[in-house]
Design a protein around this ligand. Structure first.
Ligand code: SF4
Length: 302
């Protein structure tokens, strides 16, 4: 079995920056309660590290970021890499909280593009995932932002003028292209600003460009949008079997048995220590036919 470690893979700059900001916050405010508004990034190991450092991570899928703020009365609030709307910032300020913003600069850029267009009396069609925090942040910017998650959402859009079409940064290149095309068919005069970030683009393209690979292992959290996209892109690019494993503990022999050319990649919120251990185990299996036990117990997140 040939084992290919896909490059680039793993952490993007936005995730590294968010983790560093969270760490620095615990050093700067040792006597304050520190809250994280949602998962800092969609990775269980990174969230756990934040908890170990004393950060209280508020996460409830049924509540918006604005509603989650009701659970904080004092101290520091960290906004996650996914970004928040202006109303969340205003509410945190009104409550007298110390704000630490770990929003990824790429997400901030999308916010700016959307804001600028709305300020010019425009309408924005935002292609994004329903209930994803990044989409929530952008859609809460204005009632003139219309979320499109699938073709049925486009059918329901009414007549509009001065339209800008843009998208969530971590979407699939393939899905987004299809939805943009359909929006442009309905609104031929719309302006298009593609916003899938560079980190997402190069990781997806690296999977699309794999040749003669029959098995793909993606290391990533089940909640991570970009990890799931890598899995789907692998399957859609013709790879016969693809599996998402959250950690080395989840790797099973049936996933790799019989593979001739196997590739390993990971989402941009996956600590490299997890992926390295998965690769080590698969290489051992390729050499010996035996899947070794996991030897690592602690996975450094940076
Ligand atoms: S995946 Fe892209 S948008 Fe998301 S944190 Fe990384 S660089 Fe930023």
């Amino acid at each position: 079995m040939e084992v290919i470690s896909v490059v680039p893979r793993g952490y993007c700059q936005g995730v590294v920056r968010a983790i560093k900001i969270a760490r620095r916050t615990t050093e700067l405010y040792p006597d304050q309660k520190i809250y994280m508004l949602g998962m800092i990034v969609h990775n269980h190991f990174v969230v756990e590290e934040c908890r170990r450092r004393g950060i209280i991570c508020l996460e409830n899928k049924k509540l918006s970021r604005l509603e989650l703020l009701d659970e904080i009365d004092e101290g520091v609030v960290i906004f996650t890499a996914h970004g928040v709307s202006d109303s969340v910032v205003e509410k945190a300020k009104a409550k007298g909280l110390i704000i630490v913003d770990a929003t990824c600069p790429d997400v901030m850029k999308t916010h700016e593009i959307v804001r600028r267009h709305i300020n010019h009396n425009g309408e924005v069609i935002y292609i994004g995932k329903r209930n994803h925090p990044e989409a929530e942040g952008v859609c809460s910017l204005s009632e003139h932002v219309h979320l499109v998650s699938g073709l049925s959402d486009i059918e329901q859009l009414g007549p509009m003028n001065n339209i800008l079409i843009t998208n969530q940064t971590t979407l699939s290149l393939l899905d987004t292209e299809a939805l943009v095309k359909e929006c442009c068919r309905k609104y031929p005069d719309a302006q298009v600003m593609p916003e899938i970030c560079n980190a997402t683009t190069v990781r997806q393209k690296a999977v699309m460009n794999l040749r003669d690979v029959d098995t793909l292992i993606v290391v990533g959290d089940p909640h991570s949008n970009n990890s799931n996209q890598l899995l789907e892109i692998g399957l859609r690019s013709g790879i016969r079997s693809a599996y998402l494993v959250e950690s080395p503990q989840d790797l099973r022999e049936y996933m790799i048995k019989g593979a001739d050319r196997l590739a390993v990649t990971s989402g941009s919120s996956t600590p490299n220590s997890l992926t390295s251990e998965v690769i080590r185990m698969i290489r051992h299996y390729a050499d010996t036919g035996v899947l070794p036990p996991v030897t690592v117990t602690d996975y450094p997140v940076l």
